[in-house]
Structures are given as C-alpha cells and as structure tokens.
Design a protein around this ligand. Structure first.
Ligand code: GLY
Length: 319
C-alpha cells in the first residue's frame, strides 16, 4: 500500500465518531443574519452591525461598523478611546479582523488612533502583510488618512495616577470585572462569516505588552466552512492555548459551537492546574447559525442578534 493510502486507511480505522462527524457537510444558515458580540457593549455594537446586514451588507462591513461604536465610546475603558493606559500612561491598542475568504489584518501596540479595527482592515486590504505593530502601524495609519488623537480621557488618566501611587495592579479581568475586549462575529444573508476583535488590553500592563486580540487564531478566528470564534479576558491564557483557532478546529471535528467553547475554556483551566482567578470568555458562531459561549468565571455576558432581536445573555461559568 502506498504511504498516503495507508495513512488514509489508518485514519479512518482510528477515527472517533466525532472526527467522522466532522466530515459531514455542515448546513449553511442563509437569509437570517446573526451577530454575536462580547459583553454589554456588544448591544450597541450589534445595533450598528444590524444596520449593515439589513441593507444586505457583508459580514465584514457589519463587524467593522459594530466594533467602531465601542472604539469611539469614551466611557468604555477597555477598548479604543478612553481605554485604560499601560503602566507608563500610554493607551496602546490591539485589533484584528478576518473575512470569509480567510483574509486577515491586524495591528498591535498602536497608539493615538481611535479606530484600530479600521487600520487592521486596511492592513488586510492594502498590504501583503497580516500584522503591523507600534510605530510602523501608526505610520501606516497616518499615511492612510487616519488622524492622530489623544485617547487618554481625564477619567482614565485620573485612575492611572491613583494606581501609580502604590503601583499595585488592580485585579483586572478577574471574576468581578464586567467588561473587556469586544469581539464580534457575524453571518450575513449569504451565510458568510467574518469577525473583528479590538481592545486597549490589560490595564496598567508593562509598556510594550501585546495581548491575544491582534493575534489571528488567538483573539479571533474565522473559517467560512466551519465557523468563527473570538475571545475576551486575560490574553496570555488565550495565546498559550491558541484559543479561537482551537474552538473553530473543534467545531470542524464535529463539536457543537457550545461544546467547542467549553472545551477551550476547560483546556485553560487544566493548564492553570484546575484553578485561576483570571477570566477568559469565548463566543462562537457556527456556519449553521449555531451559537457557543463559555467562560472561566461568572460575570461574562454576550450580546446576540438573532431572528430580529438583540439581547444580552449571562454565561454560566465553568468554575
Ligand atoms: N484580551 C485582551 C488582552 O488580553 O489584551
């Protein structure tokens, strides 16, 4: 037997029912747009996305329009304008975007630009690269018409000055934190999927720290044949498990969107020795329109637009 045939035969012989199920063609949800976004700020984000999808716009345009609302919201201290700064008082932003053709763009450690998600989209559409970081990302943004602005609001500056007094890091993204990165996943009338993820990252992080949000496959991932997934919470835990890619790959193998999110969260809990005070939440959207969500700690919420209703839901945590 030729080596390739042998491997094929062996794989079928050993495959679990789950792996075989993954070979089934997935039903495609069409003409029934769905948007799922992280946290309470997902509600207004979804509203903006709905407007795009109702005009028969693409999932890509929808997720970008949605998370731009969160980025522009000065009251929100975990994304874009008004985001909490790093330990040196700089607001540094991370974002990524991915479309239904598998194209991706991202920016990391970007400063002074209110809409990193739109810069990420430009990276995807105008360059052969996936990620631009720091000064290079800023230069690219300015060359592409984005305006430089101060993103540190008075509120975030005051809180940072308070934090600096004793230099202790607040238990950000622990069980009591009710906001964070926005990840938004959408399916348009054609059944195509896209995703966007944007954040100012961990409050008072070391200068130069980059989280999971601009990393394709960690903070967010889209495979238009299978589904899309996105993360929120402590990026280090997501990066170490390739979280969003893991969720999508589990879905490919036949896990439901929900089972895949639970398994990815469980993987983190196991890696952390069975307990952690940190928070990670996942959302997933299957090609068939199914939804998944899971989190380590209680408090995680997701906003779902489906069948004409945009609503916030609580997630039952695994710990
Ligand atoms: N999830 C966002 C971050 O860790 O920066």
């Amino acid at each position: 037997m030729k080596r390739r045939n042998f491997i094929k035969a062996g794989a079928v012989g050993l495959a679990s029912p789950i792996l075989l199920a993954g070979k089934k063609k997935m039903k495609v949800n069409k003409n029934n747009p769905i948007i799922v976004s992280t946290w309470l700020h997902g509600i207004p984000a979804n509203e903006a996305s709905i407007k795009v999808l109702k005009k028969n716009g693409s999932a890509l345009d929808a997720v970008e329009a949605g998370v731009r609302v969160t980025e522009a919201d000065a009251e929100n201290q975990s994304v874009g304008l008004g985001g909490r700064p790093d330990s040196e008082g700089n607001v540094t932003l991370d974002a990524c975007i991915m479309d239904s053709d598998g194209n991706a763009g991202s920016v990391a450690f970007l400063q002074n630009i209110k809409h990193p998600i739109s810069v990420a989209r430009k990276v995807m559409e105008k360059t052969d690269h996936v990620m631009l970081a720091g000064k290079g990302a800023l230069k690219f943004a300015l060359e592409n018409g984005f305006k430089k602005e101060n993103l540190l609001t008075e509120q975030s500056r005051k809180e940072w000055l308070e934090w600096k007094k004793d230099n202790t890091i607040k238990d950000s993204w622990g069980p009591n934190d009710d906001h964070d990165t926005i990840t938004s996943l959408a399916q348009d009338n054609d059944g195509n999927l896209s995703g966007a993820c944007t954040t100012s990252g961990l409050a008072y992080k070391l200068h130069g720290r980059v989280g999971d949000s601009p990393i394709i496959g960690a903070g967010m991932y889209v495979d238009n044949e299978v589904g899309a997934a996105g993360a929120t919470g402590m990026g280090e835990l997501v990066m170490k498990t390739c979280g969003s890619f893991l969720v999508v790959e589990l879905m490919r193998q036949g896990y439901s969107a929900m089972e895949a999110c639970n398994e990815a969260v469980d993987r983190i809990i196991k890696q952390e020795g069975g307990k952690t005070k940190l928070q990670v939440g996942y959302i997933a959207l299957g090609k068939d329109g199914s939804i998944g969500y899971s989190s380590i700690q209680k408090g995680f919420q997701y906003a779902l637009y489906k069948n004409g209703v945009n609503k916030l839901f609580d997630v039952k945590s695994l710990l």
